[in-house]
Ligand binder design. Structure first.
Ligand code: FAD
Ligand code: SIN
Length: 528
């Protein structure tokens, strides 16, 4: 069945929801998400959101420089400027939507500092900033008369000229997006959502790795859909590993121990209590996260351990509980009182710096298709993202997309010729365990061969193994009745493949891409 909306928004994190709220004044909006509205990377963000606020000490220039340094000078200076300079206006929007950032006794924002930042500039709400943002946006969204909220609706494929019978390749000029095929999980029906403008805001790719801070929705769907639609995807080799996820055996989704804890004075130690960061970087525990993650990885290798420690026991216990109430509670639930005992931590997958390539209006290489948030590649992060820059990037680019797309609505039309989804000849898939097995296989391959430290041989292995899975899964997809699990598996394989291919293409170690066959001129870590 065909459904028509001026704006189709795929994803209900900070990028999708803030875009939906802004364009709703210009037309009818559908915002779809594959789970509940709340389940997103946004909801889990702890540290906060960057914004130059204390003008006595800080400046846009300093934030720009920190972003460029963290990105290993691969960031696009114009994108960096756009994000940094638009931050104050977007923070004001968040405050207007009801986000109650913590303030000091003078009523100014209470600012944290994280790795790679030369100043305190992270606005936060205790240690669950993302949740505060997510809930404020959900509240605004649910009361908007022009927005239809569709939970448990899974976007399967983008609609382009391909669906009108035309051959579309990576060289086809003027590819256009007319909306998406969407699976309603409650009914099992796949509807054709026609839209004048589509916004891709599907978030991260964490489920492609076997340990990640990301929630189950993060299977790289947006990137995979755009890639299959022959759109441009860039910088996917830059996978960010967070240095400090809580080490707790058996967890696939790792609870994050915010970097703000190192900004607060937390010290990284080996299991024997010795410090080690002085061997890697003069900024010690406040080095950017790629350097810190590799340092921890190296220490674990040298010492034969499966984690290290993050110690805040020297800090005032009440202050620790005040700043990090959720981390305190979470650790206590597994028997660790962080005011008395160091926290066991381990690096794990956290963030995708690359994604769907967009311009300064958040327009992708496919006409009528915008992308914002973690699934996009704006040029801000370059080789590695500076902490707390991603919530900011998402809201700034959602705003740029809204400003660019609203005036276009009057002249764009629906492509009603797009046919409905055809699934004749497919059968319900009986051996569901094969899909979950394959998902685990993808995660294992990516973790082992395309992880924190890579090599040409490891990448080649990943290629052969992913190729096998790709062949099997495409055959299965063609003969099975479509469900969310098989679509996610397909997207995970596509996303893993792009990461691996782009990692192979980069003949240097740069940012968070580290290949032992291309050692950086001055190795920051000995022993790989
Ligand atoms: P998300 O918030 O992830 O939302 C994605 C949405 O897309 C979801 O609604 C999902 O259901 C939907 N979706 C996905 N696929 C489909 C599909 N096929 N069909 C329909 N819907 C789909 N960044 C910071 O700046 N500061 C921090 O302090 C910070 N802390 C973090 C802590 C953790 C634990 C994690 C995981 C990330 C953190 N980040 C932080 C990163 C940041 O949270 C994310 O990059 C950002 O929230 C991404 O927002 P988004 O809107 O792009 O996507
Ligand atoms: C954290 O709180 O350490 C995460 C911040 C981020 O990912 O930007």
């Amino acid at each position: 069945m065909q459904r028509k909306y001026d704006f189709l928004v795929i994803g209900s994190g900070i990028a999708g929801m803030s875009y939906a709220l802004k364009v709703a004044k210009a037309g009818k909006v559908a915002i779809i998400c594959k789970s509940e509205l709340q389940e997103s990377n946004t909801d889990l963000a702890q540290g906060g959101i960057c914004c130059v606020s204390n003008l006595e000490l800080d400046s846009f220039e300093k934030h720009i420089k920190d972003t460029m340094v963290a990105g290993d000078w691969l960031s696009d200076p114009k994108a960096v400027e756009l994000v940094v300079e638009n931050a104050p206006a977007q923070i004001e929007e968040l405050v207007n939507w009801g986000v109650d950032f913590d303030r000091n006794e003078k009523g100014n924002f209470d600012l944290h500092r994280e790795g790679g930042h030369c100043e305190h500039r992270i606005l936060h709400r205790a240690d669950d900033t993302g949740h505060a943002i997510q809930m404020a946006l959900i509240n605004a969204l649910k009361h908007h008369p022009n927005i239809d909220v569709l939970e448990h609706h899974f976007a399967i494929e983008l609609l382009t000229q391909h669906h009108l019978g035309m051959e579309v390749t990576r060289r086809t000029p003027d590819i256009e997006c007319y909306g998406a095929y969407v699976l309603n999980e409650a009914t099992g029906v796949i509807d054709t959502y026609l839209a004048k403008v589509t916004m891709m805001a599907t978030g991260g790719v964490g489920q492609v790795y076997s340990t990640t801070t990301n929630p189950p929705i993060a299977t790289g769907d947006g990137v995979a859909m755009v890639y299959r639609a022959k759109g441009t995807v860039k910088d996917m080799e830059f996978v960010q590993f967070h240095p400090t996820a809580l080490y707790h055996q058996g967890d696939h989704q790792n609870f994050l121990i915010t970097e703000a804890m190192r900004g607060y004075g937390g010290i990284l130690r080996n299991l024997d209590g010795s410090e080690f960061m002085h061997r890697y970087d003069p900024r010690l525990s406040l080095a950017p996260r790629d350097i810190t993650a590799r340092a921890i990885f190296n220490e674990m290798k040298i010492n034969g351990t499966d984690h290290v420690l993050l110690d805040v026991t020297h800090k005032d216990p009440e202050e620790t509980k005040h700043h990090f109430p959720n981390i305190y509670k979470k650790c206590l639930s597994i028997g660790i009182d962080i005011t008395k005992q160091p926290i066991p931590v381990v690096p794990c997958h956290h963030y995708m710096c690359g994604g769907i390539l967009v311009d300064y209006n958040a327009q992708s290489s496919i006409n009528r298709l915008y992308a914002a948030g973690e699934c996009s590649c704006t040029g801000l992060h370059g080789g590695n993202r500076l902490a707390s820059n991603s919530l900011l990037e998402a809201i700034v680019y959602a705003d740029l997309a809204a400003k660019h797309s609203i005036p276009r609505i009057a002249e764009l039309t629906y492509k009603e010729e797009v046919p409905d989804w055809i699934d004749t000849g497919t059968v319900p898939h009986e051996e569901l365990y094969l899909i979950s097995d394959s998902k685990q296989e993808v995660q294992q391959i990516m973790q082992t061969y395309v992880g924190i430290v890579r090599s040409n041989l490891r990448l080649k292995r990943a290629w052969t193994r992913l190729d096998n899975l790709y062949e099997e899964t495409e055959k299965l997809f063609l003969r099975s009745k479509v469900n969310k699990d098989i679509c996610e598996l397909r997207n995970m394989i596509n996303t893993g493949y792009i990461i691996m291919r782009q990692a192979m293409e980069r003949k240097e170690s740069r940012g968070c891409h580290y290949n032992i066959d291309f050692p950086p001129e001055q190795r920051d870590i000995k022993g790989f």
